[in-house]
Design a protein around this ligand. Structure first.
Ligand code: DQQ
Length: 534
């Protein structure tokens, strides 16, 4: 129950117990959403990995199904690791996943539904041709770094393509494979893309985005108003980075746009905890959805004590920002059906040094949207030219460090006496020729438990606070705070484990710890109902 298990989520995806990590093979099939995920049936730590399976009609409520893919043949006997689904032209799905063979080599395997007329896709049959891609002395692929095949896309020449992440020394890369029949796969001479000094690329993802429309595109879409996104989960830093660029489908080469940089100085889906994510095209609503793993910041021994580890993010719609230079993400509309007991506070000044409680909420399980307007920028603190690392800036200037324009934002999962709180906030600085907005998620005071990772996260948000209001939305769910700044231009997810601010003892406040007043133009919050999750 919630008293013994105060960190279990009310509406974020998790199984009843044990370890979970990457989302795998997401798809919609005959009106049913499928989520597979890396799962340890035997405990709360990583190991014994199988593809657990849940289905949903709304991406909010989930029904558990039996394990879909598990070690059963030589090409996967030591593990069934991450992979993706592709809907074939006849409408049936195919799964490609990484298997660990008896030599502990990583190879790629194909599985097809036993009964394609079953919308629940309960049984999967592995191809007798497995493995369908493997390291060999000829191809020189590093057998311990060759994993996580993507959804395939179909070229105009009728051949399928997909990528598999790898590395050569410290160079990360995406091997390109082609196939005419989805069974026989041939490695292309050149990788789709590679980047020096980035280390192993896990869970690569490659997909088109529309330049002039918010709709999502099916994975094989090409055209003049299409750009491509390449995402790599960098094993070295455990963050998901992406670039935006051009896919030359004749040469089969992807080139990031000028200014869109590979590796850990590039853009991230999320500046907090969020890893091994994957998108899929939701053909029922013409949108591209992003699923991700929100890994733990609790200690391994606490995970074992509580009997579980890992949850998934609320699915996010992803599209290209109007600037064309970054993506924007927003939680799926469906999650709003869990909203109940709305609390709307009137527009008001939030004076420097003040705190305002948002009353009448189940503050440990809530959805909150707040918008700030700043009118007087004359006192804005000057951004030192050496302050180039936003995360560092957020940890040096946490919520308790007074500024002029900010910090202002939310105190989440706060205990009545403020012994514990997670603060998500903005600071506005005067930059070289424009104002710079910093968004932070400060976990340093989130828990009295000393064993948690309480790293502070932060990123600059590409909004002009002189002409635009500053919005923040946070999805709060017991041990997770997913925050969206600037209408989804910036996302920061945190896993937190308050010891006092649990269940009914949790509170939510708006705060301004700057010297200057700001205006709250909107503050709407909802208690969130419990979803049916497994
Ligand atoms: N998790 C899987 C791998 C993948 C990693 C193993 C990323 O396939 O590279 O559980 O979290």
């Amino acid at each position: 129950s919630a008293t013994i298990q105060p960190y279990r989520t009310g509406y974020h995806f998790q199984p009843p117990k044990n370890w979970i990590n990457d989302p795998n093979g997401p798809m919609i099939y005959k009106g049913v959403y499928h989520l597979f995920y890396q799962y340890n049936p035997k405990g709360a730590v990583w190991g014994n990995i199988v593809w657990a399976h849940s289905t949903s009609r709304d991406l909010v409520n989930w029904t558990p199904q039996k394990v879909a893919i598990f070690p059963s043949q030589p090409s996967d006997i030591n593990g069934t690791w991450s992979g993706s689904a592709t809907i074939l032209p006849d409408g049936t799905p195919a799964i490609l996943y990484t298997g660990i063979n008896p030599l502990n080599q990583q190879v790629q395997n194909l599985a097809l539904p036993k009964n394609p007329s079953d919308p629940y896709l309960l049984e999967w049959v592995k191809s007798p041709k497995n493995p369908v891609m493997a390291p060999t002395p000829e191809n020189q692929i590093n057998a311990s770094s060759f994993r996580d095949p993507t959804t395939a896309w179909l070229g105009v020449d009728g051949r399928w393509r997909l990528i598999v992440g790898s590395k050569i020394n410290r160079k990360g890369l995406a091997y390109l494979y082609r196939s005419k029949d989805f069974v026989h796969w041939i490695k292309a001479k050149h990788p789709l893309h590679s980047a020096k000094k980035t280390g192993m690329w896990e869970c690569v993802d490659f997909f088109p985005v529309s330049v002039n429309s918010p709709v999502g595109l099916d994975t094989s879409t090409l055209g003049p108003h299409v750009k491509h996104v390449l995402k790599a989960s960098l094993d070295d830093t455990k963050h998901d980075y992406y670039t935006i660029g051009e896919y030359d489908h004749v040469k089969d080469i992807y080139t990031p746009d000028e200014g869109s940089v590979d590796g850990d100085s590039g853009l991230r889906y999320d500046y907090g905890k969020f890893y091994a994510s994957k998108t899929f095209f939701d053909s029922s609503k013409n949108r591209r959805l992003l699923l991700g793993w929100l890994n733990e910041s609790s200690s391994v021994s606490d995970d074992i004590k509580k009997g579980w580890a890992g949850i998934h993010a609320i699915p996010r719609v992803v599209r290209l920002d109007k600037s064309g230079k970054q993506l924007v993400q927003w939680p799926i509309k469906e999650i709003e059906k869990l909203r109940t007991n709305p609390v709307h506070l009137p527009s008001q000044y939030l004076k420097g040094g003040s705190v305002l409680e948002v009353p009448g909420l189940t503050a440990a399980q809530a959805d909150v949207e707040i918008t700030f307007k700043v009118s007087d920028f004359s006192k804005a603190e000057v951004l030192d030219t050496s302050w180039t690392n936003p995360q560092l800036l957020c940890s040096q200037k946490g919520a308790s460090v007074k500024g002029s324009l900010g910090p202002f934002g939310l105190l989440i999962l706060a205990s009545k006496g403020m012994q514990e709180y997670t603060s998500v906030f903005f600071r506005i600085f005067k930059g070289q020729n424009k104002h710079v907005v910093l968004m932070c998620s400060d976990q340093s005071r989130s828990s009295l438990n000393p064993d948690n990772d309480k790293t502070t996260y932060g990123a600059f948000v590409d909004v002009d606070p002189v002409h635009e209001q500053l919005s923040l939305r946070s999805l709060i769910d017991h041990s997770v705070v997913e925050s969206f700044g600037g209408q989804g231009k910036n996302c920061i997810s945190a896993r937190v484990y308050p010891t006092l601010a649990i269940n009914e003892a949790a509170h939510l406040y708006a705060f301004n710890n700057g010297s200057e007043s700001v205006t709250i133009t909107r503050l709407s919050a909802w208690s969130m109902k419990k979803a049916h999750i497994n």
